[in-house]
Design a binder for this molecule. Structure first.
Ligand SMILES: Cc1cc2nc3c(=O)[nH]c(=O)nc-3n(C[C@H](O)[C@H](O)[C@H](O)COP(=O)(O)OP(=O)(O)OC[C@H]3O[C@@H](n4cnc5c(N)ncnc54)[C@H](O)[C@@H]3O)c2cc1C
Length: 563
């Protein structure tokens, strides 16, 4: 049996940062379903926020984040995020991250939405990629053991304490048990719950669902961010950096319509505000071809686009056949980020002893009801670092938790049954399949649990999700211990997503107000009287059980949010 004092699940920025820090004091391994450098973090373009500028301040960063999140963020956690930001950026700099620089040689910063100052540190529009590769080098240098293309399948919990994991070695098609004192979950978001998303195929919320099934609390799952500018049709992200560098949004009449919605911040209003504005323009007949709006970069000039936005240009040319230096780019909003996740404190601790979480899988909560551009990458490294320190400390203090053969047998029996089931590629009766269920589920989420929500559509979505779950339960698992069993993984991922979709839709139905990214057409106002609270959810006998939790307010009492 494999043993590691600390087991980090996820090889994105949060996971690698946690592994690096924990490895200073403990024996650490990283388990990742995709090769670490292929994690979604590598797709991030815009940058990492940190108040480094002479005119900027940590206080201003805190305030922008609190306001951007529509006062739902926990202000003690936001203080940690913003205060440790500059230090972490400098730490990454010393590790060798090739930041883009000012003519004087300082780390350059650009404007992203909802920020009072140019605050995002970047490397052209490959910011996530360069930091991911730098961290990966450092992790290798520390000789951290990597299990690439291994899936976390289950947490092994004994007497309420996490004592190990069940993992699936995908290339070999084998089930393995890894004993550990501490698991750090860094499995990223669940964007693939939606048909229109900027997220990688791997972002199926496995960690959130597995933790929830094991007894962890999830919070604020109904808050889903829709990014305003994704390529029309494919939903490949066009970074907010494009607007940060001066891009305009125009409707069919060539008008910069943001003047009607956010006269001061214009295109750089927060994402929830811009996404709603775009939908409204299209709905009221001012969309281009009735379906999208234009992101216009032509006035920036070819030289600036080549220097600052080379990836944006490449993506638009390859996937939309449009050169942004010459023509406007067709764009539409799509799912981008999960504000909710596994509830943690500022050290990554969850309610389950032995389980920590950091990055997009977690909800600390720094983003509240709406995340600002540049704050998520910062969150991964700030809270990944803290979770790594905490995990090492726990590994030093705590004895090895007991893992008896009865716990192991129980877990293995479930999975052996699955592997031995030997069905035909996740097929059910009448030709039903995990694939068909996934397609219906994601379309439903985009259409009825999206940017604009209503009580009746949400009720209908909850009903349809229950029907999809019934169909899923009747499928025969694909089975078969064979290498690269994608059918099995697909089947499992659809199961995780069904759990999460139910929680998102029910949470959205329950919250009868509009706040940040959660917009109810039937309750268009924020309601601090009843809803200035987190949504907590635990798994009960009959499905999710919801409750409300207090929001930590330290400095800034809620005000009306205008831009
Ligand atoms: C296109 C795009 C651009 C973005 N740009 C920005 C930006 O400019 N600024 C910003 O602040 N934020 C940005 N974001 C958001 C930000 O990139 C992510 O929130 C962040 O990178 C998430 O990092 P993470 O380490 O939590 O997870 P990820 O990078 O998603 O990594 C998740 C890891 O978990 C592993 N994993 C998942 N499930 C399992 C399992 N069952 N078993 C084993 N391993 C598993 C995966 O293999 C992967 O290694 C962007 C997001 C997208 C999609």
């Amino acid at each position: 049996m494999l043993m590691h004092e600390v087991l980090v699940v996820g090889g994105g920025l949060a996971g690698l940062m946690a592994a690096l820090k924990a490895a200073e004091k403990a024996d650490v391994a990283v388990l990742s379903k995709v090769y670490p450098t292929r994690s979604h973090s590598g797709a991030a373009q815009g940058g990492f926020n940190a108040a480094l500028g002479e005119d900027d301040s940590i206080e201003a960063h805190i305030f922008d984040t609190v306001k951007g999140g529509d006062y739902l963020g926990d202000q003690d956690a936001i203080e940690v995020l913003c205060s440790e930001g500059p230090e972490v950026i400098m730490e990454l700099e010393r590790m060798g991250v090739p930041w883009t620089r000012t003519p004087e040689g300082k780390v350059a910063q650009r404007s992203l939405g909802g920020a009072g100052f140019p605050r995002a540190c970047f490397a052209a529009d490959f910011s996530g990629h360069v930091v991911l590769h730098t961290l990966y080098e450092q992790v290798l240098r520390r000789r951290v053991k990597i299990y690439p293309e291994w899936y976390l399948i289950d947490l092994l919990v004994e007497g309420g304490q996490v004592a190990g994991v069940l993992a699936y070695d995908f290339p070999r098609g084998r089930l393995e048990v890894i004993r550990t004192k501490v698991v750090v979950l860094a499995t990223g978001g669940c964007g693939r719950a939606f048909a229109k998303t900027t997220n990688a195929h791997a972002n199926t919320g496995d960690g959130m669902a597995i933790a929830y099934r094991a007894g962890a609390i999830l919070s604020d799952m109904e808050f889903v961010q829709f990014h305003p500018t994704t390529l029309y049709g494919t939903n490949i992200l066009i970074s907010e950096a494009a607007r940060g560098e001066g891009g305009y949004l125009r409707n069919a009449y060539g008008e910069r319509f943001m003047a009607h919605y956010a006269p001061q911040k214009m295109e750089l209003a927060p994402r929830d505000v811009v996404s709603r504005a775009i939908f409204k323009e299209i709905k009221e007949g001012r969309g281009v071809a009735g379906r999208y709006v234009h992101l216009d970069l032509t006035h920036l000039g070819e030289a600036k686009i080549a220097e600052r936005l080379p990836q944006v240009r490449d993506l638009a040319m390859r996937y939309a056949g449009v050169d942004p230096a010459r023509e406007p780019v067709p764009i539409e909003p799509a799912q981008h980020y999960s504000m909710g996740g596994v509830r943690t404190d500022v050290w990554g601790m969850t309610n389950l002893p032995g389980l920590l979480a950091a990055g997009e899988v977690a909800n600390v909560s720094v983003h509240g009801a709406n995340r600002l551009g540049g704050n998520s990458l910062l969150e991964t490294v700030v809270f990944g670092r803290r979770a790594g320190w905490k995990a090492a400390e726990l590994a030093r203090q705590e004895p090895w938790p007991s893992l008896t053969s009865s716990t192991l047998k129980r877990a293995l029996a479930t999975w052996d049954a699955l592997l031995d089931a030997g069905g035909e590629e996740g097929q059910g009766r009448n030709g039903d399949s995990a694939f068909a269920i996934r397609r219906e589920m994601t379309t439903l989420m985009t259409e009825q649990v999206g940017v604009f929500r209503t009580g009746s559509e949400l009720e209908d979505a909850v009903r349809k999700l229950a029907q999809l779950r019934d169909r899923y339960q009747r499928l025969k698992p694909p089975g078969g211990s064979r290498p690269f069993n994608y059918a099995l993984m697909d089947y499992l991922e659809v199961g995780y997503l069904l759990d999460l979709c139910e929680i998102i839709a029910k949470g959205a139905l329950r919250r009868t107000e509009s706040r940040g990214a959660h917009y109810r057409l039937d309750y268009p106002r924020r309601d601090d009287q009843n809803w200035l609270c987190h949504t907590f959810v635990r798994r009960g006998e009959k499905g999710p059980e919801f409750s409300n939790g207090p929001v930590k307010i330290t400095r800034y009492a809620p005000q009306e949010r205008g831009y």
